[in-house]
Every structure is written in structure tokens, then in C-alpha cells.
Design a protein. Structure first.
Length: 246
């Protein structure tokens, strides 16, 4: 199966998403931030798999981790494409998780051990700005993550501070979309050049092996190229799914 048509559609969709992001009413985002008034209580819940998925690191985040602790990097376990040779593809790196599902950098006291150098999304959390399906299936904007699950709310945030947060959110989200678009464009070119095909059945087989805890080959997109790697679900804090286990 040729991956080109699907990739082309996804690239178009992300470009539309980027245009919508840039057109989002500035005052509305600033107002939402002020109204939410999030205040961190240092509970550490946002740094666990129980409350959040994996962080898809921006390239600048990945560069920082490479300098601090390269062993903390693993392929982001978001695999939507697999070529006919059985190699999975992902758009970047994430942070390794401990067996208990907590972040590699979360200390025993539930404090971040690299707080001054923490990742971009960690600095913004819980504020974000992207569209995703809601419980009713309709796609709408999501500006806040983990609402009422951790932290405190309705703290007073001055307008100037809220504007700084809003600017950082927009910068992060645009950078994220730009990297995702670059990944899909590179993937499209790679498949065409190498005459590869996307085989859903092989993707399903490799994902089943991944969930069973078997190491699977993966190519990670980083700095305009694909880097060879191995994905292991246990490094992502996932418990291997054994046959017959529910």
C-alpha cells in the first residue's frame, strides 16, 4: 500500500491546524489562563503515566537531554507507520519511564531533579492549545490539560504574566506542528526514494510484538534524518501484554 496519499492528507491537515493555531484569538487565550489560575502543589502527578502520556520532545529538548543524560531518551511510542520490512517510524524522542510509570527525572521526593532544565511542555503545563476530539467525538480546542486532577486553581495571575504564558504556549505549539509536518514530509520522501510500502497488517504485527515486550526496530526522526533505534514497551513504563492476559 502506498503511504503517499495518506501522508499528503495528514500534512495538509497539520498545515490547516497551524493556520488555525495562528488565528486563535489572543485575548481569549490570555483570559482563559487568568481564569484557570493554575497553581502547582508539587504533587508530581503530572510526571506519571497514570495522569499523562509520554512527552514528545521538541528537538531543543532532545539536545538538552543528550547533554545531561542520553540514556534517558527512547523512541516516542507513537507508531502509525511501518514499512514492508517491519520497521516502525516515529517523529521524535520521549523520556524513559521508571517501572512505576514515573518520569526518569522524577526524584523519590516527587520533585523534578532537572527542574531548571526541564522540558518545554513541562514549563507550560497545564496550559496548551490544540484541537482534539472530545467525548462526543467532535473536534474542538483544548487549552488546559488535567483540569481538576492535580494542582490548585483560581490563583490570581496578572495580565502581564498571563500574556507571557500565552506567548510561550503559542510558540511551543507552533514548533510542535512544524516538527510533525517536517517528519511527515521526510517520511513521504523516504518511502518514495526507497520504494517502501506501508502495510497495515505488518504494522499490526509489529505493534502486537511491541506490546508483548519484544524489542522492535524503529527509525526516529531527528534533525532532518532518520536514526535507527529499538523500541521496548518496558522503557515506556508499559507492562508487557502476555497472550491470554486481559
Amino acid at each position: 500500500m502506498s503511504a503517499t496519499p495518506r501522508l499528503t492528507r495528514m500534512i495538509e491537515r497539520l498545515n490547516q491546524e497551524r493556520e488555525a493555531l495562528l488565528a486563535y484569538p489572543w485575548d481569549e487565550l490570555v483570559t482563559i489562563i487568568q481564569e484557570v489560575g493554575f497553581s502547582c502543589t508539587c504533587c508530581g502527578r503530572c510526571c506519571t503515566r497514570e495522569f499523562n502520556g509520554h512527552l514528545l520532545l521538541l528537538e531543543e529538548d532532545t539536545e538538552r537531554v543528550l547533554e545531561m543524560a542520553p540514556g534517558a531518551l527512547i523512541p516516542a511510542p507513537y507508531f502509525e507507520y511501518c514499512d514492508n520490512t517491519g520497521i516502525l517510524y516515529t517523529s521524535g524522542y520521549t523520556l524513559r519511564m521508571k517501572e512505576d510509570g514515573s518520569c526518569h527525572f522524577l526524584g523519590p521526593d516527587r520533585r523534578c531533579t532537572i527542574y531548571a532544565e526541564r522540558m518545554g511542555i513541562c514549563r507550560l503545563y497545564p496550559y496548551m492549545l490544540h484541537r482534539e476530539p472530545g467525548e462526543d467525538g467532535s473536534i474542538d480546542w483544548r487549552q488546559i490539560a488535567g483540569l481538576n486532577q492535580h494542582g490548585e486553581y483560581h490563583d490570581e495571575i496578572e495580565r502581564v504574566e498571563a500574556e507571557k504564558i500565552a506567548a510561550a504556549v503559542l510558540t511551543y505549539e507552533e514548533a510542535y506542528l512544524a516538527e510533525e509536518i517536517a517528519f511527515l514530509e521526510a517520511l513521504k520522501a523516504h518511502f518514495q526514494k526507497e520504494k517502501l510500502r506501508h502495510i497495515p497488517k505488518i504494522l499490526d504485527q509489529q505493534m502486537a510484538a511491541f506490546r508483548r515486550g519484544e524489542p522492535v526496530p524503529v527509525k526516529i526522526y531527528y534533525k532532518g534524518a532518520f536514526v535507527d533505534g529499538i523500541a521496548d514497551c518496558r522503557e515506556s513504563g508499559m507492562e508487557p501484554h502476555r497472550p491470554g492476559k486481559r
